[in-house]
Design a protein around this ligand. Structure first.
Ligand SMILES: C[S@@+](CC[C@H](N)C(=O)[O-])C[C@H]1O[C@@H](n2cnc3c(N)ncnc32)[C@H](O)[C@@H]1O
Length: 218
């Protein structure tokens, strides 16, 4: 099983060469996600799991980004990009998506690219995203979606334990069903990245789901 400490170690270790592989391969998805997020002038975007900051260049200049990551190494790389590549102001924090330090109902725009395949407790991460979202907030995720059949589904089930053990990512989460179990409806999905391995998933946070308290605080 993927744990917080293996994730942190893995991403700390690969932070210096992460861009070499994951910039070209996943570039299109980041651009597509921010276009889909449609931040308006003056708005603040919460970006979860910013990694090395590869998304920064796609933000419009008139928004503000609050970005966080769990890995110190990844944050060090993203700090460099704030100085050199970000067209808009970016504040960076070290934080765990499963226990965010923001008050309830803080954000109208939330983005998480290739992150929910990594966190140990995806239900808690989604609970937290809904807690910090305002009613009507737009949330855009880029994620792997579970395949049920075909060659790639078989390949993924073979490779899943290897990637999970390395603390890189998991491939066994049915994100759409999990989101639906939180009362999220009208999910928009569009394939992105090579072979359609990832999807951009967008939704509007319903009034009933926004500000939902995490279970450990209820
Ligand atoms: C596959 S990388 C994606 C990084 C970036 N979003 C991108 O587009 O390249 C996953 C990122 O999620 C971060 N992460 C993993 N678990 C996290 C958690 N519980 N809270 C915050 N960030 C987390 C990792 O440190 C890593 O930077």
């Amino acid at each position: 099983m993927i744990t917080s400490s293996t994730i942190r170690q893995t991403y700390d270790r690969c932070s210096s060469f992460y861009d070499l592989f994951f910039k070209p391969w996943l570039e299109f998805g980041r651009r597509q996600a921010i276009e889909c997020l449609q931040p308006e002038p003056g708005e603040t975007v919460l970006e979860i799991g910013v990694g090395t900051g590869l998304s920064f260049e796609f933000y419009p200049p008139d928004v503000r980004v609050i970005g966080f990551d769990y890995s110190h190494g990844m944050l060090q790389e993203s700090k460099r990009k704030v100085a050199t590549e970000a067209p808009c102001p970016v504040d960076l924090l070290q934080m765990d998506v499963q226990a965010m330090a923001f008050p309830d109902r803080s954000f109208d725009r939330i983005m998480a690219a290739y992150v929910l395949t990594v966190v140990p407790d995806i239900h808690q991460a989604i609970r937290e995203i809904l807690r910090v979202a305002r009613p009507g907030a737009r949330v855009v995720l880029i994620n792997h979606l579970t395949r049920r059949q075909g060659f790639l589904a078989r390949l993924e089930s073979l490779l899943h334990p290897v990637f999970a053990r390395l603390g890189l990512f998991t491939l066994d989460r049915d994100l759409l069903s999990i989101l639906e179990s939180f009362g999220i409806e009208n999910l928009q999905t569009a394939p992105t990245s090579w072979l359609g391995l990832h999807h951009v998933i967008a939704f509007t946070v319903p009034r009933a789901a926004a500000g939902t308290r995490p279970s450990h605080e209820r």
